[in-house]
Design a protein around this ligand. Structure first.
Ligand code: IMP
Length: 184
């Protein structure tokens, strides 16, 4: 079976292949920009995007929508993570947290799979925001996020280490487990 991953990020394709190829599923990248609506939850954003694409893409596909939720900022940037990363950036987030003791945060990812119906899979990883950026790997907010149980930021880990514990890794794993049951 071939499955389209609708994303502009080739790094995410590699990650998805790791979970889906062992099931005999061939993942390929489909660059197809879709609307990312303003909504309160990642689930709503992913659902809207998947239903919009369903009217335009013939083959089965999936997409993922993710974000960083900082507790002291009541979940900000959350669904606005991509926009905030582009505008305020890492330094802007660190500024907002200057003098704030509660540095707890989590990343969440929602994978939406469309096969004629919508199926959502979520993954989450808790951790804390550092006081300065560390590491060169990864992307986005990786240099300021230390997952629980670790001392290193995501950007200081290898891709394999990060994928093992990341929000996207967990959502993809849940998706792969579902596919395993449902492709029988
Ligand atoms: P998107 O779902 O790929 O649009 O991700 C939204 C934004 O959340 C990205 O632009 C990143 O800033 C942030 N983000 C999502 N996942 C990660 C991650 O694994 N590491 C770091 N930042 C992430």
């Amino acid at each position: 079976m071939r499955l389209a991953f609708v994303t502009s990020n080739p790094g995410k394709i590699e990650e998805a292949r790791k979970y889906l190829e062992p099931l005999g599923v061939e993942v390929y990248q489909l660059r197809f920009p879709y609307p990312e609506i303003q909504a309160d939850t990642l689930e709503e954003v992913a659902e809207y995007g998947a239903k919009w694409l369903a009217e335009r893409v013939d083959s089965p596909f999936f997409l993922d929508d993710s974000g960083l939720f900082i507790n002291a900022l009541r979940g900000f940037p959350g669904v606005y993570s991509a926009y905030v990363y582009k505008t305020l950036g890492i330094d802007g987030i660190l500024k907002l947290l200057e003098g704030v003791d509660d540095r707890s945060a989590y990343f969440k990812s929602v994978v939406a799979y469309w096969d004629g119906e919508l199926h959502l899979f979520t993954g989450r990883v808790g951790g804390r925001i550092t006081t300065e950026p560390r590491g060169k790997g990864g992307f986005g907010f990786d240099p300021i996020f230390v997952p629980s149980g670790f001392d290193r930021t995501f950007a200081e880990m290898t891709t394999e280490e990060k994928n093992e514990i990341s929000h996207r890794g967990k959502a993809l794993k849940a998706f792969a487990e579902w596919l395993k049951e449902n492709l029988k």
